[in-house]
Design a protein. Structure first.
Length: 170
């Protein structure tokens, strides 16, 4: 499983259920990576999309504790057991966790790769992604050139989960 996210300084990802800034270059990258794949998200992330509709050209899976929640064009699951059952239909390389904060935190341990757009700007935020630079099991394996869109400075990066060797017993 993969995750894909745009983070700002301090690994901030959102404010009041919205992205911190619109960046069509990052949106194009997101679309290229996830089109034809499976995206896993929380209910609030889905509701933050235009008209609250699932992303076209992808299998949309919504993980929510709201047992009555339904949305046309998406698979709604209410537990990790249900999510696991649904994900068994797909190759793990084709699955992308796309937010929000609680979904990232709950599923990051299952991810092998993280596609992170690092934005150098500061904005007010109320949601964050775990700082992969401070987690020893994650390693930065790719860092693209700095790009600029309007006043946003950003670069595409990739992190891989490291296979941790078992502690040797003395």
């Amino acid at each position: 499983m993969n995750c894909i996210v745009a983070v700002f300084n301090d690994w901030a990802i959102g404010y009041e259920n919205k992205l911190l800034a619109k960046n069509p270059i990052d949106m194009k990258n997101f679309k290229e990576k996830t089109l034809g794949k499976v995206v896993v998200m929380g209910r609030k992330t889905l509701e933050s999309f235009p008209r609250g509709l699932p992303l076209e050209g992808r299998v949309n899976i919504v993980l929510t504790t709201n047992l009555d929640y339904q949305v046309e064009g998406a698979v709604v699951v209410s537990s990790f057991a249900e999510l696991d059952k649904e994900l068994m239909k797909y190759s793990p390389e084709d699955v992308f966790v796309i937010g929000g904060e609680s979904i990232y935190r709950q599923l990051l341990l299952r991810c092998e790769k993280a596609y992170v757009t690092r934005v150098e700007n500061d904005f007010p935020a109320d949601t964050w992604f775990p700082n992969l630079d401070k987690l020893e099991e994650w390693e930065l394996v790719f860092e693209g050139e700095e790009q600029i869109y309007q006043d946003l400075k950003f670069k595409f990066t990739e992190y891989n989960r490291q296979k941790m060797s078992p502690a040797s017993s003395a």
